[in-house]
Design a protein around this ligand. Structure first.
Ligand SMILES: Nc1ncnc2c1ncn2[C@@H]1O[C@H](COP(=O)(O)OP(=O)(O)OP(=O)(O)O)[C@@H](O)[C@H]1O
Ligand SMILES: [Mg+2]
Length: 305
């Protein structure tokens, strides 16, 4: 196990006849921010519920910090924190009082841990205000504070940016970075791809209950390729000419430009080729192959569904 904080192996789950998780396997390493991406209904929350022991898998095994969840539940779950969907609180009680209720359910948690987690979540100044007066972003951060009470090594955040305004997103993002710096591993679900791209270093993409792909951001973004847009008066002719060029992997024609994936470092060669062939190159724009495009390719490609 060593460096692995979460290992999921061949997990399956059905609700009635509806199979929601198919043969799901993944691994989260210590200190990692793991992004679990997928469209609505893909099975993200269901997997988190399975990992937290809230529902039973039909098949497969789950190890947290080396402990088998099925046979050693207490030890497996002892240092896990989670915010699943929208966190709920008593609105007429303060943040401090809400956390005190949770703290009282735990053995051996000092009261001093409450102001500590409120400080981490940036809520100290409002700790004694009623939660009913909190913004959505503050409630989300209070949810994270609650998840931190038991000194977790691994924290699950289910759609932590959902419904937040830009300021709220920035605050949660900086909180995520702060937790990562403290050595806490994070498992974050989202369909806000741009956010995942900014905070996660390892990604898995799930669709219809199956993991389509997983890997480091750099692997998934294919660092060996670069993408450029070519603007020319001869779109068709250029498209045709690029078909047999060895360093060009893919060339897609759009109404106003060609989208070309090519070997990293071969843009200069491409320009020389186009000029030599007299293909009326007007200009060329380098384009970042964003995770969003990657996600769209995978999640909506007909062949995969
Ligand atoms: N308790 C349940 N009983 C029956 N079906 C369920 C249950 N929980 C989830 N499902 C179904 O399982 C599928 C996956 O749901 P899940 O909530 O895990 O998706 P999700 O990826 O979290 O989606 P979202 O992005 O909307 O949160 C959906 O089709 C959902 O209707
Ligand atoms: Mg969900």
């Amino acid at each position: 196990m060593g460096n692995t904080v979460l290992e999921i192996s061949q997990v399956e789950k059905s609700f009635g006849k509806h199979k929601v998780l198919h043969n799901v396997s993944l691994k989260v390493v210590k200190g990692q921010v793991f992004g679990f991406l997928g469209p609505n209904g893909a099975g993200k929350t269901t997997l988190i519920r399975v990992i937290l022991g809230l529902i039973r898998p039909d098949k497969g095994t789950i190890h947290i910090d080396g402990f088998n969840l099925q046979t050693n539940f207490r030890q497996a779950i002892e240092h896990v924190g989670a915010v699943v969907e929208t966190p709920k609180f008593y609105p007429h009680l303060s943040a401090y009082q809400n956390l005190l209720l949770v703290r009282n359910l735990h053995r051996n948690l000092p009261k001093s841990r409450i102001p500590e987690v409120l400080e981490i979540a940036g809520l100290s100044a409002r700790a004694h205000d009623k939660v009913g007066t909190y913004s959505l972003g503050m409630k989300q951060r209070l949810g994270i504070a609650r998840a931190l009470l038991n000194y977790p090594k691994l924290v699950f955040l289910d759609e932590p940016m959902n419904g937040l305004d830009p300021q709220g997103i920035i605050e949660v993002r900086s909180l995520i970075h702060q937790l990562q710096h403290q050595g806490i591993s994070l498992f974050i679900t989202s369909h806000l791809l741009h956010e995942v791209e900014q905070v996660c270093d390892q990604i898995a993409i799930i669709k219809n209950g199956s993991i389509l792909t997983q890997g480091s951001l750099t692997e998934l973004l294919r660092s060996d390729l670069e993408v450029v847009e070519i603007y020319t008066k001869d779109l068709l002719e250029t498209h045709h000419a690029l078909a047999d060029v060895a360093f060009v992997h893919k060339c897609t024609i759009t109404p106003s430009f060609l989208l070309v994936e090519l070997d990293r470092g071969s843009t200069e060669q491409l320009i020389r080729f186009l000029v030599k062939r007299n293909l009326h190159l007007q200009y060329l724009i380098p384009r970042k192959h964003s995770l969003e495009e990657f996600f769209m390719e995978l999640a909506y490609e007909g062949s995969i569904s």
